[in-house]
Design a protein around this ligand. Structure first.
Ligand code: FAD
Length: 311
């Protein structure tokens, strides 16, 4: 059985092996962009960039803690010598407020991992809802985003609008299975070129109709012509079309999504996304995400799991 240290080391190693970087405390795993011979853009893996993470003002508690009987020793709470990631600190402070655990007998930051283990093993995950992380996700197909947006509790999504953006930003996502097979790869590139060309041709044709005031679209205002054209032309775009989004989740939701989507039974593209999200989260807060074990599946891909599911 692997030790925790070994597991944390393997997680950090995989983060850098996948191209992970950390700038100013914000982890990211970028994805390379490719082009077909005809110039159509596509990606082969998800790109994940942490855009926002919590910042916690523990010192701000001082004025509150000083208002209690001095024998309780509450003000010492703000002088804990062990610094935690802000997300862990926020959730720990929220949890400790529940029992007014601010005195010297409280669980100190040094033992934060054990504190969260007690919470997650008991299913008391509500304090994890205080910390949220936001991400830019790209290199993900419309089929993956359709699965991701099924997670409603504690999650927020802003996805590229195929009604508003033009064919100029069209990109596609190649599944790993296609990349491993020359013929499937060739067919994918042909399909992406064809979809891009058909989209452009249909958009041109619809624009002519719109500008000519044809019955099909004439009820709409001419100033909205492009939008009306694109909302019609998008109908031919395949599930392989890239659908970037900004995604926010609180830690309770992010843990649940990791458990559902980085699981061995999850669809492989969303598992690749969930794995990268997890790697960035573990990099940002190895305490709140420290109970997950990374393992390799027979096909060489990865899965992560915890004993404390659905905290
Ligand atoms: C391997 C796999 C296969 C799947 N196959 C299919 C499929 O074939 N067809 C399909 O339609 N979907 C499928 N799904 C999607 C799945 O059914 C869920 O919709 C999705 O995983 C979101 O998870 P969640 O329901 O836990 O919701 P989340 O929004 O992530 O909610 C988290 C938790 O909050 C609670 N909660 C959230 N909303 C409510 C609510 N309205 N009422 C009560 N409690 C709530 C629940 O306890 C829930 O588990 C699949 C998912 C996976 C992982």
């Amino acid at each position: 059985m692997e030790t925790k240290g070994t597991n944390a080391g393997r997680i950090a190693h995989l983060f850098s092996e996948l191209g992970g970087t950390v700038a100013d405390g914000f982890p990211a795993i970028h994805a390379p962009v490719y082009r077909t011979g005809a110039g159509t853009y596509y990606l082969k893996s998800p790109g994940v960039v942490m855009l926002a993470r919590p910042r916690t003002n523990v010192a701000g508690l001082e004025g509150f803690l000083e208002g209690f009987d001095p024998s309780l020793g509450f003000p010492g709470y703000v002088d804990d010598p062990t610094e935690l990631p802000d997300s862990s600190q926020l959730c720990k402070t929220a949890g400790q407020l529940c029992y007014a655990s601010f005195g010297p007998r409280r669980t100190t930051n040094e033992n934060a991992a054990a504190y969260f283990e007690r919470l997650t093993s008991a299913g008391h995950g509500s304090v994890l809802e205080h910390a949220s992380f936001s991400f830019l996700l790209y290199g993900i197909s419309r089929s993956v985003t359709h699965e991701l947006v099924r997670h409603r509790a504690g999650a927020g999504f802003s996805q590229v609008s195929q009604r508003y953006v033009s064919g100029a930003v069209l990109r596609f996502v190649e599944r790993p299975e296609y990349g491993e097979d020359e013929e499937l790869h060739r067919l994918f590139e042909e399909r992406a070129d064809r979809a891009a060309a058909e989209y452009a041709a249909m958009a041109d044709r619809l624009l002519e109709h719109q500008e000519g005031g044809a019955a099909m679209l004439s009820a709409d205002y001419k100033t909205d012509a492009r939008k009306k054209v694109q909302q019609t032309a998008r109908s031919l775009l395949p599930n392989e079309t890239e659908a970037p989004m900004v995604f926010t989740g609180n830690v309770r939701a992010l843990r649940h999504i990791t458990e559902m989507r980085a699981d061995a039974h999850a669809e492989s593209e969303i598992r690749a996304l969930a794995l990268r999200l997890f790697l960035c989260l573990h990099e940002a807060d190895p305490i709140l995400f420290g109970d997950y074990e990374l393992s390799t599946l027979p096909d060489g891909t990865y899965t992560v799991k915890t004993e404390h599911r659905k905290a």
